[in-house]
Ligand binder design. Structure first.
Ligand SMILES: Nc1ncnc2c1ncn2[C@@H]1O[C@H](COP(=O)(O)OP(=O)(O)OP(=O)(O)O)[C@@H](O)[C@H]1O
Ligand SMILES: [Mg+2]
Length: 715
């Protein structure tokens, strides 16, 4: 069994996987099998007789966690139950869920995501009579978050504050923490910070968790921040079983407080650490590696390493210089179309990577025009849609009556005559008495607010509504609770009144929320999952070309990668170009983007780019100059390519139309999909020249595909 787990690994990978229990660091470049080695180590520990429940494996996204858990299960079978594979945040949230007192919380506590946190900060700033123009909530949120990443609490922040402005920020930070505590809530950064503090100050609980997690494994270690390092240290101590894998060249979160030096100081942090390096890349061709290595070599702050690949020389990167961002997007769409049609590449094997989210819009338009299925990662995310947030806010109040941010959101949604004046009176009275809004109303009645009788009636009606729903909360499953909220509040009528045109889409979202709630055992675990899903988690699953930022692309791999917008001021980002260190982080980001590609790399830029005011004429990115000329093939003049593209788009559309016209599938057909297995066609929705198929798979739930792109058999 143990031997089997080492079979398809190279000698260095084996050495890492089978290292004696104790601190191990695997330092290696992109695509060298770090994630694979980490997964294998988990399986190896299990095969060596360690209990699954003694293992905590940390991944960068919830999605990666799910995949890793699945891979471990396929390696060792069902005895992986009890194993925790999750992000730092999700692991800490779960610990706090089991032991709220570890973080000074009460049971039923809420997680505040970035949007909630910003709202609460805004309220705090106003309450302190500060100007939200001088103290923009978004910027203050960033500062508070950076402080928490370094475990700097309000006291230390105050001590370190210089000048009036910083002292005022410190004051905001302090009141914000107080407001969080009052609401029995923790923001994202607190999840880590509270656990670290708890482990350091509550010996009995610390003892429990140290005994529980004998082995901690961490992927993407270079992007852990000091709070996360402290968390690991609290759990495993100086000589415990910690297995970290990382690549300093892929450190891209310094701007959020990540501390890549943690990788370099691993040997100081842990006694008797074993360090393994990997040199063979199993992902990319030598052409792609040559390009990536040449670029990253320009960074001064790094440890040089060699990467080689046995996947052949490969083809040079294709390079295209567009006239503007529309031309760029169209050329990319046409090129992608060619890969799909002639190259036979699966759409899910193609990624278009950009520096900032806003760059996706012209690409989305061009892809739609060309009839290419695509998905955008990190657009308006599911859990950020209004109707989804509204319903979640109801559930949150039911789980945690002190959750004031959620309460404020639904106080007058749907409209029930509770105006701004009432809300402000309620907030002020609650703040004055140091309790949450709902608990104040329940304890002292609506009369304490000195409102008109009409306002009182509206507010009383609201409390009764929450009490009615609250009575159901303990008896019903989360999905049924959603139904009850929708029914009791006449929420659908409210949506219809607001905007009948978007109603259908919103209903679909509610149905999706309901479906995802149906998978959860209880309200709290459902709310926890909803709060922790990140943009990156929405990467995989559906078919279609993936459009995503370089940050979101970390850890993933695709056959074809197109990196767009390679211009000074775009990539590297305009905020970075004046600062040598920031440029190095941008270069690492470009390195991450390029090394996602297995066989084909395409690099584009635009001469002119629309912006808020005047169009920008940015010179090509300095990174392009750093590429070895023999590994780049500049494509023909735009005009010629343009014509070729137009033809190929026409050809492609004809194919799509022909296929759609056949309308092969009808609702109720039973089908077989290579990846998801057997399923039934639930809906066929016309989308332009193509049909969208909604298929319910027995094993994999509901998935959507474009009829012309998905390969199905009749089952
Ligand atoms: N010994 C091996 N034999 C065959 N394939 C391998 C081997 N090691 C790794 N691979 C494959 O190489 C690819 C890259 O591996 P993996 O994703 O683990 O690399 P990584 O170092 O984590 O990359 P990144 O730095 O981008 O996160 C994967 O498809 C993996 O399955
Ligand atoms: Mg990896």
């Amino acid at each position: 069994m143990l031997e089997e787990l080492l079979e398809d690994l190279n000698p260095s990978q084996r050495e890492a996987v089978s290292a004696p229990i104790g601190p191990v660091l695997v330092l290696a470049g992109a695509g060298s099998g770090k994630t694979r080695v980490l997964t294998r180590r988990v399986a190896w520990l299990l095969a060596a007789g360690e209990r699954p429940s003694s293992i905590l494996a940390i991944t960068f996204t919830n999605k990666a966690a799910g995949e890793m858990a699945e891979r471990v299960r396929s390696l060792v079978g069902p005895n992986a139950d009890g194993l925790w594979v999750s992000t730092f945040h999700a692991a800490c949230a779960r610990m706090l869920r089991l032991h709220p007192e570890l973080g000074g919380l009460r049971s039923g506590w809420s997680i505040y995501d970035q949007d909630d946190a910003r709202r609460l900060l805004e309220r705090t700033i106003r309450r302190l009579d500060l100007d939200t123009k001088r103290f923009p909530p978004r910027a203050i949120a960033q500062q508070v978050s950076l402080a928490k990443a370094r475990l700097v609490d309000p006291e230390r922040f105050t001590d370190e504050a210089e000048g009036l402005y910083e002292r005022q920020v410190a004051m905001v930070y302090r009141s914000y923490q107080a407001a969080l505590a009052e609401a029995n809530a923790a923001d994202f950064d607190d999840l880590i910070g509270l656990v670290v503090e708890g482990l350091a100050t509550r010996p009995e609980l610390a003892e429990h968790w140290r005994r529980r997690f004998r082995h901690v494994l961490i992927d993407e270690y270079q992007d852990a921040n000091p709070a996360q390092h402290a968390f690991v240290a609290e759990l495993v101590g100086r000589s415990g079983s910690v297995f970290a894998v990382g690549d300093v060249d892929q450190s891209i979160y310094a701007f959020r407080g990540a501390d890549p030096s943690g990788v370099l100081t691993f040997e100081e942090r842990f006694d008797g650490a074993k360090v393994v390096t990997l040199e063979q890349n199993y992902r990319s061709t030598n052409a792609i590696l040559g390009l990536a290595n040449a670029v990253i070599a320009k960074n001064r702050r790094r440890y040089a390493k060699h990467l080689f690949s046995e996947l052949g020389e490969g083809t040079p990167a294709r390079r295209y210089q567009a006239t503007d961002e529309r031309d760029e997007a169209r050329w990319v769409a046409a090129t992608v179309r060619e890969f799909l049609q002639r190259g036979g590449v699966d759409p899910s094997e193609i990624a278009v990577i950009f520096r900032t989210n806003a760059q996706s819009r012209p690409l989305e338009e061009a892809f739609s025009e060309a009839g290419i299925p695509f998905r955008v990662v990190g657009g308006v995310r599911f859990y950020e849609r209004r109707e989804v947030r509204d319903l979640l806010a109801y559930l949150r109040v039911l789980a945690n009556p002190d959750d004031d941010v959620a309460l404020a959101r639904i106080l007058n949604v749907p409209r029930r005559g509770i105006g701004r004046g009432t809300e402000e009176a309620l907030q002020a009275a609650a703040a004055l008495r140091g309790r949450s809004m709902l608990s104040l109303l329940r304890a002292e009645g609506v009369e304490v607010l000195g409102l008109t009788s009409r306002q009182e009636r509206a507010l009383r009606g609201f409390v009764e509504l929450i009490d009615r729903l609250g009575a159901l909360a303990s008896l019903h499953r989360p999905s049924e609770l959603i139904d009850a909220v929708v029914a009791e509040t006449s929420y659908l009528e409210h949506l219809n009144e607001e905007d009948p045109i978007t109603l259908e889409g919103r209903l679909e979202n509610i149905a999706e929320l309901r479906a995802s709630a149906a998978e959860a055992d209880d309200l709290e675990s459902f709310l926890e999952r909803a709060a922790l899903v990140s943009a990156v988690d929405e990467v995989m699953g559906a078919s279609g070309v993936t459009l995503l930022t370089a940050h979101a692309a970390k850890g993933l791999e695709f056959d074809v990668v197109v990196v767009v917008g390679l211009e000074e001021g775009v990539f590297p980002h305009v905020r970075a170009i004046v600062d040598a260190e920031a440029v190095e982080e941008e270069r690492r980001l470009f390195y991450v983007a390029m090394t996602r590609a297995r066989t084909t790399l395409v690099l584009t830029s635009a001469r002119r780019r629309a912006s808020w005011g005047e169009p920008l004429y940015n010179p090509p990115s300095r990174f392009l100059d750093e590429l070895p000329a023999d590994l780049v093939a500049t494509t023909a003049a735009p005009v010629a390519v343009g014509t070729a593209c137009a033809e190929s788009i026409q050809r492609a559309s004809a194919v799509v139309e022909a296929r759609a016209a056949r309308s092969e599938w009808v609702v109720g057909d039973r089908v077989f999909h290579a990846r998801y297995g057997e399923g039934t066609i639930r809906r066929v929705v016309p989308r332009g020249v193509d049909d969208e198929l909604v298929i319910a798979f027995h094993g994999a739930g509901e998935r959507r595909f474009f009829a012309s792109m998905v390969k199905l058999r009749r089952a």
